[in-house]
Design a protein around this ligand. Structure first.
Ligand code: NAD
Length: 293
């Protein structure tokens, strides 16, 4: 009986949550979002969710095939959604500028920039063994790529016309993906990756202050360890997975969709008073000393 009651309560709250979530981007109808790294993992789930919530989605990825496949999946799940695919290497200023320019030219504005693309190189290791070229590659994509994304998004968002009849706002929301490893040390080092994510936090915080009075909000998203190709390709043995799992309070890796839900929140006006945060979606890992048995 007890079990039935818990199940019923769970169903009720799940229904309520779904209703809430459907309302979340109601203000984002006709809003335009660019998502970098849209072909896989967090970017893919976010592209699907933003489209489902009514936003126009520009899928930017260095892997054009993956971005095309993501757009096809959106077309299947949300047939009315407006999308555009753009081959973009985020470490190239020219590519980011072209993606933002094409977005504004085609859809008239840019409201949400999700700087999500990032790499974790298999040869990224400790201070002694990491090669300089691995460090530079990681910094170029994970840090410089986020800078370019912020720069061209800010320039575009400054020009957003306000359309009262559509309820569209000025300014915009920029979400930069960092990581929980920017907040805590790990004895399984990936030095360049960790340093790059720390830089994302610091850069985002500063830009949030600089552009606060322009109505442009900037936040970092700090995912915990996730079941996406980025981490799972690397944790390719049970030993490697177990080494991490013991430190996760919830006893499971996160799902990309759980990051997408946070990105939708940070992108929408529901987070209108949130800027400059290190927004953690990490299953509690960064608050943990001892995990439950
Ligand atoms: P993923 O590897 O599943 O997907 C990354 C996507 O980015 C791919 O489609 C890839 O083609 C694209 N990409 C790679 N380099 C690019 C470039 N130079 N320009 C444009 N696109 C490029 O990764 P994911 O797990 O979804 O990770 C997304 C972000 O989340 C990354 O910034 C990552 O560092 C961060 N993150 C991931 C985890 C995790 O456990 N997976 C944890 C914390 C933070």
């Amino acid at each position: 009986k007890m079990e039935m009651r818990i199940k019923r309560r769970h169903r009720r709250s799940a229904r309520k949550l779904r209703r809430l979530r459907m309302m979340k981007l109601k203000d984002a109808k006709n809003q335009v979002a660019i998502i970098t790294g849209a072909g896989s993992g967090i970017g893919l789930e976010s592209s699907l969710l933003f489209a489902q919530e009514g936003a126009t989605v520009v899928l930017a990825d260095i892997n054009l095939g993956a971005a095309d496949a993501a757009a096809a999946l959106i077309a299947k799940r949300t047939p009315n959604a407006k999308t555009m695919v753009f081959k973009t290497d985020v470490s190239s200023e020219k590519d980011i500028k072209a993606a933002v320019d094409a977005t504004v030219e085609r859809f008239g504005r840019l409201d949400i920039m999700f700087n999500n693309a990032g790499i974790m190189h298999p040869q990224d290791d400790n201070a002694v063994t990491t090669e300089e070229n691995i460090w530079d590659l990681t910094m170029n994509i994970n840090v410089k790529g986020v800078w370019w994304g912020c720069k061209y998004a800010i320039l575009a968002m400054r020009k957003n016309p306000t359309d009262e009849s559509l309820g569209l706002r000025t300014g915009g929301s920029i979400i930069n993906v960092a990581s929980f490893v920017a907040l805590m040390g790990a004895a399984t080092p990936q030095l360049a990756y960790t340093a790059s994510k720390g830089a994302v936090l610091a850069m985002t915080r500063e830009l949030a202050m600089v552009h606060a009075r322009e109505g442009i909000r900037l936040n970092s998203l700090c995912p915990g360890p996730l079941k996406t190709p980025l981490l799972m390709d690397f944790l390719n043995t049970p030993e490697k997975r177990d080494r991490r799992m013991v430190h996760i309070p919830m006893g499971r890796f996160g799902e990309a969709i759980e990051q997408a839900q946070a990105a939708v929140f940070l992108g929408s006006d529901e987070s209108s008073y949130i800027t400059g945060t290190d927004f953690k979606v990490d299953g509690g890992i960064s608050s943990c000393y001892v995990t439950p048995l």
